[in-house]
Design a protein around this ligand. Structure first.
Ligand code: PLP
Length: 467
């Protein structure tokens, strides 16, 4: 089994990035509960033929859809070791917690956070953002909010982020009980960064109307175009307005590993909390989300809860308090720190930084290629590793026709199995979006994207729908 999966990662390029799943394969997974077990070798055979070929393909060098990491064999084997150990890293006196603490020390160093900072592995940035909103809530309202809940009718708390923020920020406001309307989504400037002047005006207007701002969420690498907000300006404003300053740095924050990208993240060291994913630019296999909080006491005050069955001791297996379960909503937790520790220790910060730099260079290379083809137009400035462009199609196309054409073209590219970009909308235009995250992606794949876009675009223009 190990050999087959290593073989798979080694020969990814010989496979399609993605392919449609045949119905008969889907039907293999609607069987009744098996009373008797079956041979492992037969199940592995099924894995090879029915599962392996039909994943989304984010390990493949031609994958450019959304923002997903490529993983590495090192991370894969480390995850196998973690599964073998089967550690439950919710708490207690065990070295896996020290490994998780080692990552915390490294992240404090990377983000220039103080000794008081605390880091916690979670599934992903979606959950990390929710944790940040909850900490900001408890910080602002005090510990009694944990008993009494939020009364938005009388408390009227407001939070702020840009229109470019990921949808999970709004979802976090919903899940935390504020409601999504309490999140003010401030327009972005021409670089797709949160417009600071409009934010200041919105805060003033809310205060005049009796609202109390309590949270500002900056983005370090927006999901659509890779924009980084003016983090230093947001930090200053948050301080002045007595707001918690959280940064959604899902993929962008680890740009700190790269000497070229780190300067763009200036101000990140001023955040009260940062959410990010090792499973994106960090190349750690899924899932490995992380929340770093400036002051552990704020996180503890939000989540710690006494329970008889979680009694602490100073010696024995129940020593080592406080435990990871005191800092977030999870009690039982897997050993995500191990694959992350192996990845960072094996490659080193410089190599991981070089990978990040390379993905950004691929994006700039693509932008230069787009500029040379009159059929293609760059639709947003390339700040990091994301390129939004469109095929111009037919000169007579209306906006709607051109949008439909580009949406169809993205699907055709995905179905070709050659490259897999995704689509998004930029200023009302549906665009082809190529995000370079995977360490396996090369210039070859960018060339292939251009060639396939032009060729499939030409073919699409001959179909009845678009001719
Ligand atoms: C990916 C992403 C998220 C969501 O992170 P998950 O790990 O998928 O939960 C949030 N914000 C941004 C900017 C992202 O790129």
């Amino acid at each position: 089994m190990l050999e087959d999966i290593l073989d798979y990662t080694q020969h990814l390029r010989q496979r399609p990035v993605w392919q449609p799943i045949p119905n008969e394969v889907k039907e293999r997974f609607v069987e009744k509960l098996p009373a008797q077990g079956s041979e492992l070798s037969g199940l592995h055979q099924r894995f090879l033929t029915e599962i392996m070929p039909y994943s989304i393909g984010n390990s493949h060098p031609g994958f450019m859809g959304w923002v997903q990491g490529g993983g590495t064999p090192v991370g894969m084997v480390a995850d196998m070791l973690a599964a073998g150990l089967n550690a439950n890293v919710g708490g207690r006196e065990q070295i896996p917690i020290a490994v998780e603490k080692q990552i915390e020390t490294w992240m404090r160093e990377l983000f220039h956070f103080p000794e008081t900072a605390h880091g916690l592995f979670v599934t992903g940035t979606s959950l990390a953002n929710l944790i940040a909103v909850l900490i900001a809530r408890t910080k602002h309202l005090g510990g009694q909010v944990r008993r009494n809940g939020i009364d938005q009718a009388s408390q009227k708390l407001t939070a702020y982020t840009s229109t470019g923020a990921h949808g999970c920020v709004s979802q976090a406001m919903d899940l935390a009980g504020f409601g999504t309307t309490a999140l003010r989504q401030i327009p972005v400037n021409e670089r797709f960064e949160l417009d600071i002047a409009q934010l200041k005006a919105a805060i003033k207007a809310d205060q005049a109307a009796g609202y109390t701002p309590f949270l500002i969420v900056g983005s370090a690498g927006t999901v659509d175009v890779g924009a980084i907000d003016d983090l230093a300006a947001l930090a200053e404003l948050a301080k002045r307005e007595n707001c918690w300053f959280h940064i959604d740095g899902a993929y962008g924050a680890l740009g700190m590993f790269s000497a070229q990208i780190a300067p763009k993240l200036a101000g990140i060291e001023l955040a009260d909390s940062i959410a990010f994913d090792f499973h994106k630019w960090g190349q750690v296999p899924y899932d490995a989300g992380y929340i770093l909080v400036r002051d552990a006491a704020d996180q503890l005050a939000t989540f710690a809860a006494p329970a008889n069955y979680l009694k602490r001791e100073t010696r024995g297996m129940a020593a080592g308090s406080p435990w990871p379960c005191d800092f977030g909503p999870d009690l039982s937790r897997g050993f995500r720190a191990l694959k992350t520790w192996f990845t960072i220790a094996n490659f080193g910060a410089d190599k991981l930084g070089q990978i990040i730099t390379n993905t950004c260079e691929l994006a700039h290379y693509l932008a230069r290629q787009i500029a040379q083809h009159p059929q293609l137009t760059l639709m947003a400035p390339v700040n990091l590793n994301i390129v939004c462009f469109r095929h111009n199609g037919n000169a007579n196309f209306s906006l709607e026709q051109r949008n439909a054409f580009n949406a169809e073209l993205v699907i055709a590219l995905q179905e070709s199995g050659l490259v897999a970009p995704s689509s998004t909308t930029v200023n009302q235009h549906i665009v082809i979006r190529a995000a370079f995250v995977n360490h396996r992606t090369r210039q070859f794949d960018v060339d292939r994207l251009i060639e396939a876009t032009l060729k499939l675009g030409d073919e699409l223009l001959l179909t009845p729908q678009f001719s």
